[in-house]
Design a protein around this ligand. Structure first.
Ligand code: GLU
Length: 305
């Protein structure tokens, strides 16, 4: 991906699990500012694949909240639930290339498979998959689909095997050995839902996204996503992970930890608070003036990567 401003496409990709809150506004604002600072386009994608977690009306509310904050997308928002044929095609491609395989392991099988290498520090879904079904299902029915991380295509400057090295515009040099630290991760879940990793990679490429600007809590997914991009022969965007808003107890502020929905009464105040998290120095007593000043300040702080 070049840093040619003409091709800049950024996006904000909220999951409709609740209203926008102080934490998610930071990611929305940062991705909007980066796109505007670089004269690019800004898209909104509703990531509604995890249907049990979707909350009715949340997507509409998020769009209204963004609009009230003056953050308007350059195209009609897309919903991942309408794009499943793209994910299906990507999975087929990986299967044909022998880079994906069906897995018959149940949750219980995974628990029994091996004591986690780190003595149990990881949650169940973060344990390294031991590769049980790589060589076939041995008569068991297929449940999920996984990516083979032990034979990744070569690529990148100093990558060896599944070690992915990348540079985050804010966090700097990053590195992860996906095969050893994550293992063969899920592309389609046992409940038939498309996994976030596959959907986000397919959509970022299909929408021509050149720059991913999102919360730092998602930084740990980036190596998996870059590996998938290589397996699918897709370009790798630039990445910038923003600081998180922490709750009083020091946890990441999120819908799950009960973050209050953003009040619509004073969008400028909400933007100022989000801007402060990002270190933005902006002036203006109207929304339009403040946003204009914030774009100028962002351009100074975050020149194109
Ligand atoms: N849908 C994800 C979330 O709300 C964000 C995905 C992304 O920006 O890559 O946490």
């Amino acid at each position: 991906m070049t840093s040619d401003d003409k091709h800049y496409v950024g996006r904000f990709a909220p999951s409709p699990t609740g209203a926008l809150h102080a934490g998610s506004l930071v990611a929305a604002l940062a991705s909007w500012l980066d796109a505007r600072a670089q004269g690019g386009r800004w898209l909104v994608r509703i990531e509604d694949l995890d249907t049990p977690r979707n909350v009715a009306g949340a997507a509409e509310l998020i769009l209204v909240q963004l609009d009230r904050c003056g953050l308007r997308a350059d195209e009609a928002p897309v919903r991942q639930s309408t794009r499943t044929s793209l994910y299906e095609a990507a999975l087929d491609r990986l299967l044909v290339a022998d880079l994906a395989y069906p897995c018959g392991c149940s949750r219980r099988d995974l628990e029994l498979a091996a004591a986690p290498a780190d003595g149990g520090r990881h949650r169940h879904d973060e344990r390294v998959y031991p590769g049980t079904c790589r060589d076939g299902l041995k008569g068991r029915p297929a449940r999920s689909m996984r990516l083979r991380t032990d034979r990744p295509p070569r690529g990148g400057v100093d990558d060896t095997g599944s070690v992915i090295a990348w540079t985050d515009r804010r966090l700097g040099a990053m590195r992860q050995d996906v095969a050893h630290e994550v293992g063969d991760f899920v592309l389609r879940r046992a409940d038939d839902m498309w996994a976030y990793q596959l959907a986000v990679v397919v959509d970022d490429a299909a929408q021509g996204v050149s720059d991913v600007v999102r919360g730092e809590d998602l930084a740990g997914n980036t190596a998996r996503q870059i590996l998938l991009q290589r397996c699918l022969d897709l370009p790798t965007p630039r990445y910038l992970h923003t600081p998180l808003v922490l709750s009083a107890s020091g946890d990441k502020l999120s819908k799950q930890t009960g973050a209050a929905p953003l009040a619509l009464a004073d969008p400028l105040e909400a933007l100022r608070a989000a801007g402060a998290v990002l270190g933005i120095e902006a002036r203006g007593t109207t929304l339009a003036d403040w946003l204009k000043s914030a774009v100028a300040d962002w351009r100074r702080r975050w020149p194109p990567g």
